[in-house]
Design a protein. Structure first.
Ligand SMILES: [Zn+2]
Length: 179
């Protein structure tokens, strides 16, 4: 049986001072996060994991495809932002009650929002799918698989049972389950 999932109480997870991928002395932290939605409420759990210099570099360096997807997102963001601002300007300027300054602020606000939304979808959601195999291996070394907001319990899943054991030992006083 592959015991690679651990359930802990609390989100303040402790780690041994070694890289979770290769066990070399850890030099950097890399944030693993996941947003959980509960109806209208949502909560983002962020856990910084220790990595050596080399694996940290791998995790944070985007592949050329990731960079390209990010750039496409920025271009589409600028286009949709400008499009939204222009359309709203045209629509709202027909109303004589709207002052010039209100028009600029309102269409500017929606234009910038459209840009940010488009750019975020591409950079934070689409681009990471095109990460290199090596980068993904590091970024996925630990996954936040479940979170129970009422109890503040957390399930972490590791690619390797040995790493799960290592983290379980570092959090023995908060350890609920290893499976
Ligand atoms: Zn390493």
């Amino acid at each position: 049986m592959m015991q690679n999932k651990i359930t802990l109480h609390g989100v303040d997870v402790k780690f041994p001072p070694v890289c979770l991928v290769c066990r070399a002395p850890a030099q950097k932290k890399f944030n693993i996060d996941r947003t959980f939605s509960y109806g209208k409420a949502s909560m983002t759990v962020t856990i910084p994991i220790p990595l050596c210099e080399q694996h940290h570099t791998l995790a944070v360096t985007p592949s050329s495809t990731e960079k390209m997807v990010g750039r496409i997102g920025l271009i589409l963001g600028v286009l949709s932002g400008a499009g939204a601002a222009y359309t709203l300007w045209n629509m709202w300027s027909k109303n004589p009650n709207n002052s010039q300054i209100t028009l600029i602020l309102m269409s500017g606000f929606f234009g910038i929002s459209a840009l940010i939304i488009m750019w975020s979808i591409f950079s934070f959601w689409l681009a990471p799918m095109f990460g290199s195999k090596e980068a993904k291996a590091v970024r996925n070394v630990m996954k936040i698989s479940r979170f129970w907001p009422a109890k503040y319990d957390l399930q972490l899943e590791f690619t390797d049972p040995e790493t799960a054991q290592l983290v379980a030992s570092a959090n023995s006083e908060n350890l609920l389950k290893i499976e």
